[in-house]
Design a protein around this ligand. Structure first.
Ligand code: GAR
Length: 209
């Protein structure tokens, strides 16, 4: 298989982007090459990470567009111009519409910081996810990598990893443990599976060959 061009979409610190960069450097993304980083706002630290690693980057700010449709079109156009084969949402917190998913069917994946179908869907992002998990008192949480479909956080699941919740956790300590023990591991693993051509979708479920 030839090179798989990966575009990573970010909105914040970009620790998941860093995990992907490190995995690529270690040769763990197979044919995958991170070729573009797109940030949904200027000044986020993820852009520094791209720059420090000589990865092309650009900012597509939601506030520069009239609505979700025109923003989504600009995003999909940029991805197409770049020739992206795989799009990774790595803490990308801006809403995009179905035209992006339709133009990249089964080629957009997302990392979510909980075990889907728990603590997911509209409003569940970043620390809010961990606040909800602690509020419920779950003893185990974790992370999920899934294929993105128009229904929020409902697409076919590629990988999941469970992480213990501690009695004295705060949203911040739980977030950190889930990142370290789950997100930074399963996101590069899922990207590798995609780049190796091992992911297929049957009846809305991922089959790993
Ligand atoms: C990560 O915990 C990611 O799972 C989460 O945002 C954080 C981004 O951190 N994503 C969502 O909540 C999506 N619903 P990062 O910028 O350091 O990778």
């Amino acid at each position: 298989m030839g090179t798989v061009k990966i575009a990573v979409l970010v909105s914040g610190g970009g620790t998941n982007l860093q995990a992907l960069i490190d995995a690529e450097k270690r040769g763990e993304l197979g044919c995958g090459r991170i070729s573009l980083v797109i940030a949904s706002k200027p000044g986020v630290y993820a852009l520094e990470r791209a720059k420090n690693n000589d990865i092309a980057s650009c900012v597509l700010a939601r506030k520069d567009y009239d609505g979700i449709a025109s923003y989504s079109k600009a995003l999909a156009d940029t991805l197409e111009e770049n020739g992206a084969d795989l799009v990774v949402l790595a803490g990308f917190l801006t809403i995009i519409d179905e035209q992006v998913y339709e133009r990249f069917p089964n080629r957009i994946i997302n990392i979510h910081p909980a075990l889907i179908p728990s603590f997911c869907g509209k409003g569940f992002y970043g620390l809010h996810v961990h606040e909800a998990a602690l509020e419920k008192g779950v003893k185990v949480s974790g992370a999920t990598v899934h294929i993105v479909t128009p229904e929020c956080d409902a697409g076919p699941i590629i990988l999941q990893k469970a992480v213990d919740v501690m009695q004295d956790d705060t949203p911040e300590t739980l977030q950190k443990r889930i990142m370290e023990q789950a997100e930074w591991k399963i996101l590069p693993e899922a990207v590798r599976l995609f780049c190796d051509g091992r992911i297929t979708v049957e009846n809305n479920k991922v089959i790993i060959k």
